[in-house]
Design a protein around this ligand. Structure first.
Ligand code: SF4
Length: 281
């Protein structure tokens, strides 16, 4: 959440809204301690594959060269960025990136209409106000970057993931699809109803690409704007100076997957104590 006093606007990204839904303290720490946010092996692999896809979609390289472009970018990220090991074997990083890039070219690219907007940054008004202070109400806006907006208005997002996506889960719960659909309609890229395609590449030795479509109607857009308004209003009321509710009842609350672990649950409970131990009986 970014409060811009000059523009009198509050900007919300879908990732922040997602964080707030699982653990509000994660959302607060993302705002006040962004320097803790480091990449992981999985995230830099995803960034490298995105780079290859972007190069193909902008006609800078041909699809046959996508694996080389992605692996080259991975090498740069491994040396330039701060990132941590999670559950990917270090020796698998390069081959998996090459496999995912090729899987995109083979399984997904033939179904992507060419000539669209690549890595489209956006900021879109929700036509809602939030109270940032007793006498100050600011406009609420969504912000972010869409991976690809096809000429027919279909939205695409590339995902690298350990396993395939569940379409029913994404249709019910994807905040990203709702936020991007809302913004795409608000900015005139498309009209309701919107199709949002996840292009999913599995991160393993048999990587394949699958397209998982979800649909978004105006009702989904209104709902996500309501979620954003109520979440931002609660956050503004609490203020960043005090800690927000700390929810550990989900899999991202761990040393590997929460960047703020060391200053939050990790300052009470070690990663070892997270595991069951016979000796502790
Ligand atoms: S360590 Fe757990 S409780 Fe703390 S911010 Fe991260 S996810 Fe939330």
């Amino acid at each position: 959440m970014i409060i811009n006093h000059e523009e009198q606007r509050v900007y919300v990204r879908q990732s922040w809204l997602g964080d707030m839904m699982i653990c509000m303290e994660r959302g607060r720490l993302a705002d006040i301690k962004p320097e803790f946010r480091t990449g992981s092996d999985a995230t830099i692999m995803g960034t490298a594959v995105h780079h290859g896809i972007e190069q193909v979609l902008t006609n800078q390289i041909s699809a046959v060269d996508i694996a080389d472009a992605a692996v080259f970018r991975l090498g740069q990220l491994m040396t330039e960025e701060k990132w941590k090991h999670t559950n990917v074997e270090p020796d698998d990083m390069v081959p998996y990136v090459a496999l995912m890039a090729r899987a995109w070219a083979q399984d997904i690219a033939p179904k992507v209409p060419t000539g669209g907007r690549v890595e489209q940054k956006f900021a879109a008004p929700m036509n809602r106000m939030v109270q940032v202070d007793v006498d100050k109400a600011y406009e609420l806006w969504f912000a972010g970057t869409m991976d690809y907006v096809a000429p027919d208005g279909t939205l695409w997002d590339w995902k690298t993931a350990a396993r395939k996506y569940s379409q029913s889960e994404k249709q019910k719960q994807s905040i990203q699809a709702s936020v991007y659909a809302y913004a795409a309609v608000a900015l005139g890229y498309t009209n309701w109803d919107v199709t949002f395609n996840f292009g999913v590449l599995t991160r393993n030795s048999k990587s394949s690409g699958s397209i998982v479509p979800v649909n978004r109607t105006k009702a989904h857009g209104d709902w996500v704007a309501e979620q954003a308004t109520t979440t931002v209003t609660s956050a503004l009321r609490m203020g960043h100076a005090i800690a927000w509710p700390k929810n550990d009842q989900h899999n991202l609350c761990s040393d590997k997957w929460c960047p703020w672990w060391s200053i939050c649950k990790g300052s009470y409970v070690s990663d070892v104590e997270q595991q069951w131990s016979q000796e502790a009986q």
